[in-house]
Design a binder for this molecule. Structure first.
Ligand SMILES: [Zn+2]
Ligand SMILES: [Zn+2]
Length: 328
């Protein structure tokens, strides 16, 4: 199974440039059809066998180059990203919207826990794994107050993981009331529809919720650069801000530099994640998916023959995710 990510839709619309022809799809799970030489255990150390249901990292890296040695395998000099490379070059089958996919050496592979359904497990190698990286990178501590900007796939996963990690107060902003309702189901304490409020009203509501000093930590997971100024205002002195969603060019941050200095803010960026974050994501789902509304995230499942309809429904924004299930 594959789920259609926002970045796939950006590639289709031309907002994002990728080589063509291409097989899109990087949020994938599959059954092992054949095993390469020397591939014996998964990232949990469990034996891998033909027929196992597995998830894998969205990229393969070499473990030896400058960035791999710096702890940034997602920026490997020899990086392969599934669903992002042209299919004219052998092995060709490197995207999720296909019956078979070839996994490169250097891919982190994990057996999917049996209690986690296909629909819930499939997107875990994108948004939830990135959320795990975001929480680790910003150094979240139990009892902190949090602002999460955006209740899409990454925002909702951040809500779930931060609630479980012991956040004292989780405030979520989005422009879509339906998504904010979902955020409440995942553990948000307070939601703000930013389309229905002025900047001042938004800030007042955040202050009312978090206390007069402002929030301890904020996460940008909405892809809109206007969010940055809002977070810088909402953070307390000494607060930390993690930017994870500004992946498109042209994101001018529009903030007063002196606010960063005078408020002693820490601002960090992340892109993707390291292999162990996918292992954490799958364990998190194993332990928590039954009590959270994860089932509501994938709204429809289409066979591969109906991929165009799947893309149309995904573009409508009606669901957090739409899935494609190739059969063979
Ligand atoms: Zn994705
Ligand atoms: Zn490398």
């Amino acid at each position: 199974m594959s789920t259609i990510c926002g970045s796939d839709l950006h590639t289709i619309s031309g907002k994002r440039q990728e080589p063509t022809p291409i097989i899109l799809g990087h949020e994938i799970i599959g059954d092992i059809a054949a095993l390469g030489d020397g591939l014996e255990a998964d990232g949990f150390g469990q034996r891998l066998r033909v027929g196992d249901r597995v998830s894998w990292s969205i990229m393969a890296s070499c473990a030896a180059c400058f960035y791999c040695r710096k702890g940034l395998p997602q920026k490997c000099t020899h990086l392969h990203k599934y669903g992002h490379t042209g299919c004219n070059e052998p092995p060709g089958l490197t995207g999720g919207y296909a019956e078979y996919i070839y996994l490169f050496p250097g891919t982190a592979i994990f057996r999917v826990p049996s209690s986690v359904s296909d629909e819930i497990a499939t997107p875990a190698n994108c948004a939830l794994s990135t959320a795990m990286n975001a929480i680790e990178t910003i150094g979240f501590e139990q009892g902190e107050t949090v602002l999460i900007q955006g209740a899409g796939s990454m925002g909702l996963n951040l809500v779930a993981a931060l609630a479980e990690a012991g956040a004292r107060q989780i405030i979520v902003t989005d422009v879509n009331p339906k998504r904010l309702e979902l955020a409440s189901g995942f553990g948000a304490d307070f939601c703000i529809d930013i389309a229905a409020s002025s900047d001042e009203e938004i800030l007042t509501q955040i202050r009312d919720q978090s206390g007069e000093h402002g929030v301890d930590v904020a996460f940008e997971a909405c892809g809109a650069s206007v969010a940055v100024a809002q977070a810088v205002e909402a953070l307390r002195i000494g607060g930390r801000y993690l930017i994870a969603g500004l992946v498109s060019p042209g994101s001018d941050l529009g903030i007063e530099g002196n606010q960063v200095t005078r408020k002693c803010l820490t601002i960090k960026g992340i892109h993707n994640y390291r292999p162990e974050h996918l292992g954490q994501a799958l364990r998190f789902l194993e332990q928590n998916c039954a009590r959270l509304p994860y089932r509501e995230l994938v709204g429809s499942v289409f066979p591969l023959a109906e991929i165009n309809e799947a893309v149309r429904v995904a573009s409508s924004g009606k669901h957090i995710r739409v899935a494609v299930r190739p059969t063979h």
